[in-house]
Design a protein around this ligand. Structure first.
Ligand code: NAD
Length: 352
């Protein structure tokens, strides 16, 4: 075991269970919030309205146009509502897109955030915000970005379509995988990452068979939470940086990009990170973690090639150039020829 390390605890309050949305008014009261803005995507307006009703007079408005990759122009429009309605806190109900909007508002106003996640992407547990401006996604960290309260209500995840559930779970797995070989990893993170992967790998096939199984959904959400905690306290490597580059550059769907790139990024780093690989093998109950990941992807019938989600082949060279223009820590040095090869394989979905 590593016997010298730093572990940064993040100051979030977490309420976990079934039907826990009902605790929202009490959580708002604890924070002394009187004028909350409820955020959602256009697809989750009905849920946002239910949450608004639950809050009664405490929620004068909703803002329902949260958008993937947090475009700054959407944030500007939301900030106008915050000012006009004298908002004193935000409630984000939805996946990473909605949570990203809440974080973008908090970064600029320092307003408290209460988050009710409905996917497994995990943004709620991190002080990280990725924003898109003019086709370029930039990521920053700040204590202002970290949500104050997270209410995990397993019931809100039951409506997440199966494909989205699987993709989102792979996004969560990616957080744990990269945390295991991050330069600032430590025994606490490794423990959470291994348990998070184990929970997801156990629960995902059960959810695919029986989407309404409340116990499997709870285990999946628990695993996603642990994986997100890992992302929140470690430095991202090749996998996340590549997904951010591709997402911002070609407007690719976030979760799909993560799911497709993960086995390739892991294979790129695997020779340099034997300890991370043995933890992954243990969590996945396999002696071939990359093969087990690919098999799970095939079982979930998720897209396996970047070309299938809209990336143009001529984009590979541009993506390599942009990824290399912004150097970052990674266990294996990132070089242009090897990176182009990785992207060629991920683009075509050739497998490993
Ligand atoms: P998303 O929030 O874009 O949701 C995808 C779609 O599914 C949306 O239409 C949404 O309304 C719908 N949806 C969500 N939950 C649902 C449910 N339970 N039932 C039915 N429909 C539901 O997708 P995502 O993958 O959760 O988030 C992606 C975004 O999150 C990206 O912008 C990404 O950059 C960001 N993200 C950020 C972090 C971070 O730490 N900063 C971590 C992970 C993801």
């Amino acid at each position: 075991m590593q016997d010298s390390f730093v572990y940064q605890m993040l100051p979030a309050r977490v309420v976990f269970g079934h039907g826990t949305s009902a605790t929202l008014p009490a959580e708002a009261e604890r924070l002394g919030l009187r004028r909350l803005l409820v955020l959602s995507t256009p697809e989750q307006v009905a849920l946002a309205q239910r949450i608004q009703q639950l809050l009664g007079d405490r929620a004068p408005s909703t803002f329902n146009t949260a958008t993937m990759h947090t475009p700054v122009e959407v944030t500007k429009r939301a900030l106008e509502v915050v000012e006009a309605e004298r908002i004193d806190g935000v409630v984000a109900v939805g996946g990473g897109s909605t949570i990203g909007l809440g974080k973008a508002i908090a970064l600029r106003t320092d307003l408290p955030q209460i988050v009710l996640p409905t996917t497994y992407a995990g943004s709620e547990m991190t002080p990280i915000l990725g924003e898109t401006d003019d086709g370029r996604k930039t990521t920053q960290r700040s204590p202002k970005i970290q949500p104050e309260v997270v209410i995990y209500d397993v019931d809100l995840t039951l409506s997440l379509p199966l494909m989205m559930s699987a993709l989102s779970a792979f996004n969560a797995l990616a957080h744990a995988v990269e945390a295991l070989y991050a330069p600032d990893s430590n025994p606490i993170v490794a423990m959470m990452a291994e348990e998070g992967v184990r929970a997801i790998v156990d629960a995902l096939p059960k959810v695919l068979k029986e989407p309404d199984d409340p116990r499997a959904r709870a285990t999946l959400l628990y695993g996603a939470w642990l994986c997100a905690c890992c992302l929140g306290v470690t430095t991202m490597g090749l996998h996340h940086k590549l997904c951010h580059t591709l997402g911002g550059m070609f407007d690719l769907p976030h979760a799909q990009t993560h799911a497709i790139v993960l086995p390739y990024a892991l294979a790129y780093n695997a020779p340099m990170v034997p300890e991370a690989m043995s933890r992954l093998c243990r969590a996945m109950r396999s002696d071939d973690a990359i093969g087990a990941l690919l098999r799970l992807e095939r079982d979930c019938r998720i897209p396996l090639a970047l070309r299938d989600i809209g990336m143009p082949r001529e984009g590979i060279a541009r993506a390599v150039k942009q990824a290399l223009s912004n150097p970052y820590g990674n266990p294996r040095p990132v070089e242009s020829v090897a990176l182009a090869e990785l992207l060629e394989h991920a683009w075509a979905g050739t497998g490993i």
